[in-house]
Design a protein around this ligand. Sequence first.
Ligand SMILES: [Zn+2]
Length: 447
Amino acid sequence: MDLLVRNATLVTSKGRRVVDIAIDGAAFVAIAEPGQAALRGDDEIDASGLHALPGLIDGHVHFREPGLEHEETWLTGTRAAVMGGVTTVLEMPNTVPPTDTVERAQSKLALAALSAYCDFGIFGLVGESGESVAELARSGRLVGLKTFLGPTTGGLRAPDDDGLRRALTIGREYGLRVAFHAEDREIVERSEAALRATGRTDALAHLESRPAEAEAAAIDRAGRLLHETGAPGHILHLSSAAGLAAVERWRAAGVDLTCEVTPHHLLLDRDVYETAGGVARVNPPVRGEPDSSALRAALADGRIDCVATDHAPHLAEHKLRASIWEVPSGFCGVETMLPLLLTRGVQEGWLSLERLAEVTSEAVARIWELGPRKGRVEVGADADLTLIDLDRPGVIHAADLHGKNNLSPFEGVRTRGAAVATIVRGRCVMRAGRLALDPGWGRAVIR
Ligand SMILES: [Zn+2]
């Protein structure tokens, strides 16, 4: 064996047990009772007292390369990922140029392979013209398609209903789920114009400009079109109880509709606009109670399928602008997801460790059909593993994070529990808080 992880408490959605985990090459080759099999590894990790999760998969990141390398790159984004226990990332298409042709998808994958610390998949864009979607889908380079129903970073518009129907039909034919940024453009533009006219420039005005009804209306539009076409869909970063109710209505109507929630929509309250100002600006906005508790309950009981970070960093000088209308939306998140969920979910008791394993790995692999090799700790699967110490204390500080731009609305938050080793396809990429491998190990996921 190349690597033996001894005495780990393996946690999956089905439960937990103490095991030895043997890895040869890139795959798991044995998962056995401790000491039972005569297993030997060239390298061994004593995981006594540690928990092992199926390698975390962040299904929603923006790593900004190509085109916006001043904000993030594949190297820095995946470095932050593995430091936070993430073994696979799925990256969004609003780079410059956007990922809207086969050529651009191929060149993004080639770029990522040069410097990624972890594995990766990419989404293709359903842009305003809807062009090239069929070729993109046919190319086999994507894990899914994405469309932006509301105004956000990149200014990429969705097609009209006819164009969306065509794209969804293509998605269905090629087995590609379509992900929706679900905010209604008309409602958001109208609300924002009205607020700007009053002279408001404070951070809370951003929340008021993007009401929950904008999310629910966009989900209703997506649901209606998915229902008409029979295509599978996914709602990104669900932020409200009203949005959740809309998802539930379309599921009841028979639509194959999955959804995700971010740590910030689950855990932040409205007072973040006072403490963090524009740093907290994100689309859709953080709403706080009572929406956040509705989202926590739904994540715990299965109505929300998974967690994703929407990691979307910007330059500090842009996030700290005085007027909220001049501040770009989004912030980093891929590195802080696990400590936040352990501290504010598992330790607080509303999220079990078993459910955590499901929503940060197993379910993500299932939704995006990452094949039999991702999201599971089984013989033959890719040896992706996140070892965690539930007691490890930490504090979230921008200066300690490993992305390129690290401002976060969670600045100063004390955490308990963190990844202490990140194993990607059999190789220990992070160990004891240090990078243990050169960049470039990451590979595109094969569906
Ligand atoms: Zn996003």
